[in-house]
Design a protein around this ligand. Structure first.
Ligand code: FE2
Length: 259
């Protein structure tokens, strides 16, 4: 089966390029399950219930998030009601869940797991031990297992890839908004990429208007963050998973230049 993962959907340019292209990507690549990180979908900061519903209506099956999921207060209750919107599982006490099991379009059970790194990130429980706990509790019949590891530091992400190699179908990183060129299948059969890359405006500094961020670096004063508008690109990873073993057969990056 083919699993599509779309990297951090950022503000309206990110949502628009997904709306314009998702149906075609799914049809052209025989996609069976669509997962996307949506923690920046609302103007670059958080996600609202209405935006989550819009993304589900476009054909996204599961939305993962990260540290920004808490930016919009109205999503707290919604996280408890909508199991297909998940937040990092290693937040110690938080609304919602960090893992969901869902059937793909062709009826294959799939687990989607969201974890967050700890280096240069808000303090949370250990993502490595949390992953162990989740996998120990997971129904062994659920072979297809996707992990979005939302983390800042390359080494922590790579370590997670090796730690879960052979135990999950894929570990793909999010949060840094720049796609990395290290797409591969690890020896145990886990597809891996350090960062999927943002789906949003690339004429920016990781999604935000360039002038504002340059001013912040020049002055060290706080600035009002505004999402950029131009240079929309979609960045995704397509993983072909052997549903009998849960191992990845192939993995490739899939990018679309929207301008
Ligand atoms: Fe993030």
């Amino acid at each position: 089966m083919n699993l599509l993962f779309i990297g951090d959907i950022f503000a309206s340019p990110g949502r628009r390029i997904v709306a314009d292209h998702l149906e075609d990507i799914v049809a052209t690549n025989s996609i069976d399950l669509v997962v996307a990180n949506g923690e920046n979908a609302a103007g670059g900061f958080g996600i609202t219930p209405a935006i989550a519903e819009d993304l589900f209506a476009l054909g996204i099956d599961v939305i993962t998030t990260g540290n920004h999921v808490w930016d919009k207060r109205e999503v707290y209750d919604y996280l408890g009601r909508q199991p297909r919107l998940i937040r990092p599982a290693n937040y110690p006490k938080a609304p919602g869940g960090g893992v969901v099991t869902i059937c793909s379009r062709s009826g294959i059970p799939c687990a989607v797991i969201n974890l967050q790194g700890r280096t240069y990130m808000p303090p949370t429980d250990c993502p490595f031990r949390t992953a162990d706990d989740i996998l120990n509790r997971l129904d062994p019949a659920v072979k297809v297992r996707f992990v979005d590891f939302h983390a800042e530091v390359t080494s922590e992400k790579i370590a997670m890839g090796w730690y879960l190699d052979g135990r999950v179908s894929a570990v793909v990183g999010t949060h840094t908004h720049v796609p990395t060129a290290d797409t591969r299948i690890l020896p145990g059969g886990t597809a891996y990429q350090t960062d999927c890359g943002m789906t949003g405006p690339y004429r920016s500094v990781i999604g935000v208007e360039t002038d504002l961020i340059i001013q912040r670096f020049l002055t060290s004063l706080p600035v009002r963050m505004e999402s950029a508008r131009a240079g929309a690109e979609l960045h995704a990873v397509i993983i072909d998973v052997d549903e009998a073993t849960g191992h990845a057969r192939a993995v490739r990056r899939h990018a679309i230049d929207g301008d």
